[in-house]
Design a protein around this ligand. Structure first.
Ligand SMILES: Nc1nc2c(ncn2[C@@H]2O[C@H](COP(=O)(O)OP(=O)(O)OP(=O)(O)O)[C@@H](O)[C@H]2O)c(=O)[nH]1
Length: 312
């Protein structure tokens, strides 16, 4: 890979969280033993570092158990934070598997404008192509001509077929056509772009309900996945998006994008802790191969800043 490596971008994505952790825990070391007051201070420092109350409580419990009568140092504390964050992230790390029978597996992709939805669809398509699956796209975000055009450009670029219609057209009938053609052509995965607008909840619900109804006639198990794309740069706002989309759209999993362009990636831990939804992948750039499987221990170490100790 050219310029910056994937791993460095990942570290960058979690830099602010690990920086804040450093600021909050400095000054807590060098005590002979861990008394209650120090444990309280560490727990508060972790909450203030964006890691969420459950992670903070887990770390506190671990420290209380192990006692550290000889005192605790920063590298050891960061290591424990990494271990406890990994325990929260591990159960939600689940790549999207193509296992639907009959084929195709239908993946609806939702997310607010600008979240990186279109790019993520292209990246997912590319990932599946690399695994030798036959992929087809459906340009179901028919609200804007630009959205249709952009998805077509991606489809051309990566060489996958796409079903599209006119602006303002009926998304459900495109999805119907996609499943029929996909079935006839032996396609494994149908990835459907949708108009994931939150401004009009009722409209979105109606549209998704219609897509579900139409799909159900062809295959009652479809859609197999409803993937919400979240922009990491929005920080805590991503949590409220999960809340709403979960209720409105029956989200089955998440992809978090733009981790390269922000330092607010700690929200991943809060999302995992609060909602327990599978995290399928993370986006770290605009190129088609910038979507990576979500590796919980690598992410946990980046958040805790384990590798940065001694680099200051
Ligand atoms: N740095 C970075 N940029 C990304 C990433 N994913 C998407 N983008 C960029 O974010 C912008 C919005 O991405 P789109 O995929 O167009 O987002 P969308 O949600 O489909 O947005 P609309 O087309 O406005 O509905 C584009 O400029 C993308 O190149 C990522 O992981 N990292």
């Amino acid at each position: 890979m050219n310029e910056i490596s994937w791993h460095e971008r990942l570290l960058g994505g979690f830099r602010r969280t690990s920086d804040r952790l450093g600021e909050n825990i400095s000054g807590l070391f060098g005590k002979a033993a861990l008394d209650e007051a120090t444990l309280d201070a560490i727990e508060e420092a972790l909450i203030a570092s964006d890691l969420g109350p459950a992670t903070a409580a887990r770390v506190r419990d671990r420290l209380a158990e192990e006692r550290f009568e000889l005192g605790l140092d920063e590298p050891r504390l960061r290591e424990i934070v990494a271990q406890e964050v990994a325990k929260i992230l591990s159960p939600v790390a689940k790549p999207l598997e193509i296992e639907a029978f009959p084929r195709p597996q239908v993946i609806l992709v939702i997310g607010v404008n600008g979240s990186g939805k279109t790019t993520t669809i292209a990246k997912l398509a590319h990932l599946f192509q690399e695994q030798d699956y036959g992929v087809m796209l459906v340009a179901g975000d028919t609200f804007r001509a630009a959205a249709i055009g952009q998805l077509k450009v991606w489809a051309d670029r990566i060489g996958v077929p796409i079903i599209s219609g006119k602006e303002g057209g009926d998304a459900a009938s495109l999805v119907f056509e996609g499943v029929k053609r996909g079935t006839a052509e032996g396609i494994d995965v149908l990835i459907v772009d949708t108009a994931g607008r939150l401004q009009n909840k009722a409209g979105l619900m109606d549209e998704l309900a219609k897509i579900r109804r139409v799909l159900g006639r062809l295959n009652p198990a479809a859609p197999h996945d409803v993937v919400l794309v979240l922009d990491a740069t929005t920080g805590q706002n991503a949590l409220s998006q999960i809340e709403v989309f979960k209720e409105v759209a029956g989200v089955t999993g998440l992809v978090m994008t733009k981790l390269d362009g922000t330092a607010r990636g700690g929200v991943l831990v809060a999302a995992a802790e609060k909602y327990g939804l599978p995290i399928h992948a993370i986006g770290v750039g605009e190129a088609v191969d910038d979507l990576r499987p979500f590796d919980p221990s690598e992410v946990a170490r980046a958040i805790a800043g384990v590798e940065r100790i001694g680099m200051k």
